[in-house]
Each structure stands twice: as C-alpha cells, then as structure tokens.
Ligand binder design. Sequence first.
Ligand SMILES: [Zn+2]
Length: 309
Amino acid sequence: MKTPFGDIQVADAHVHFFSHRFFQTLASQMTQPPPEADRYAFLGKIVPWEFPEPDPTRLAERWRMELFRQGVSKAALIASVPGDEESVSAAVRAAPDRFAGYFMLDPNQENVAERAAWALGELGLRGVCLFPAMHRFSLRDDRLPPVLEAVRAHRGVVFVHCGILKVAIREKLGLPCRFDVSLANSLDVCPLALDFPEVPFVIPHFGCGMFGELLLAAAHCPNLHVDTSSSNDWVKRLPVPLDLAGVFRRALDVLGPDRILFGTDSTFFPRGWRRDVFEEQVKVLQALNLPAPDAAKILGGNWERLFGG
Ligand SMILES: [Zn+2]
C-alpha cells in the first residue's frame, strides 16, 4: 500500500472472524435463545450487520476482497468464541497467502492441550488467544504450560487479552459480561513468557489500560509484543492523561519497533476493514518522525516474522 513511509506491505494483526458459528454460539447463550431457523432475523433487529452463511469460505472471500480493495496484504483472523477453530481454519485454507489464524481457547474446557495441538497442527492455525478476564482463569494456572508446549512445538504465537475488556456484541445481546479484570494483568504474563522464551506473546491494544504494567512486563520479557489495535480509548481512563502519540512513543522506547504489531480490531460487515484506525496510527507514526524502515516493521514486517512461513 502507498503510505507516507513509502510503498509497504501492510498486515493487520487483529481482525475478528465473526463466523456463522460465532453468531450461532452467542445466540444459543442468550437467556431466551431465538429459534435456530430465524436467529439472523432476530439478531438483525439488534445489530444492523451482515450475517455470514454457514460456509466460512464465503466470509473468508468477503474479507479477502475487502482487504484487497483496501490495499492490505495480510491479516491475522481471530476465531472469537471457543470451539470455532474450524471456521478460521477454512478461511486460512481458502487464502493461505493472505490469512493466518488465531483461535480462542478457554482453559476451563476439557483437553485443552490436545485441542491446541489439533488446531495448530491439523487445522493449520498459527496462534492461541487467551482471555483470562472473560473465562476467569489465572495466567499461573497449571493447565496452561501444556498448552504452551503445543504452541512451542508448532512455532505458534500466544495472544493474551489484558486490561479492560468490552465485547460490544455480548453487551448488545444481553449476555453476561462479568469479566474479572484482576486476572488480566500484563505482569502475570511474565512467568509464562519467561518459561517459553521461544514463543512470541502478543498483548493487544498496548495492554488496554494497564499501560505501566505492560511496559514493565515488556522490559522483562523480550518475547512480549503488543498490537496497536482498536480506537485505544482506554487512554482516557489512565490516571495521568496520555494521547495515542504518547502511547506509541513510550511503547517504542521500551519495546522498540520490532515488538509492535499494527492491528485494527476490525469485526463486522458492512463496516469492513477499519481504515480510520489505520489512518490515525499512520498520522501518529509520522508525527513521531519514525524512520520508514521502522514504520514498515510495525505496519507489516513484524506480522510476517510472527505469522509468515
Ligand atoms: Zn479484538
């Protein structure tokens, strides 16, 4: 894509793949689930979104075309409920030169290490997403190291959502959102990250509110990365106000340009890819006078190192 830093390969490290199974799963969790046959008609009254057909390759094609139209070379797609690994796997298989796949794993479920090995092996996915606040588990839980062994064996990536967690679609559907943020401190990622130094860890949205903790954790763990995704409006909740340029500046000081991955947190259609997030971040990088090679790493080069090949 043509950018103020030259013509560079832009890759998005954070795109949610809201599949048919994703919506079916959320609808089934409602206190009064709408009848299966007209769930989409029901959901359509709550959110004016496009709802995907059961075949995930159709949604994959929608995303492939959207990213192509926007000039985005690659994206990491996130299976956004536990149990939706196969949807993202189908998407990745449909366009392996464009997509890498992440899947959400809830360690409270059965046989999680086997499940991770299956998803990273047979299904060809590239990373595990952990949501300790949502699924209420500790990052020191004994069930995690075997999952990490599977990730290491497949040279995968671990994404850990830390800090403030808001899942707009869950709120809109009236699903429980009793997320325990005390379990989602970036510093608690350190023991795992230090025990598995070969595994890249990615904490989205610069830690989403616990920025000081994130910087401390990153200073201790050289394998810890951040993604820049979303509007990052958590900056408004800091005890000392900081703007996005300040966040990037501090992150660059501590993590350097090799451990920051650009992302948007794009989710649904018809909105599609969040160019607004991209443009805001490019402006910030320009204002910081970031050298072009460093910008190229953040906007795509680091993605390639973590997810490519
Ligand atoms: Zn997200």
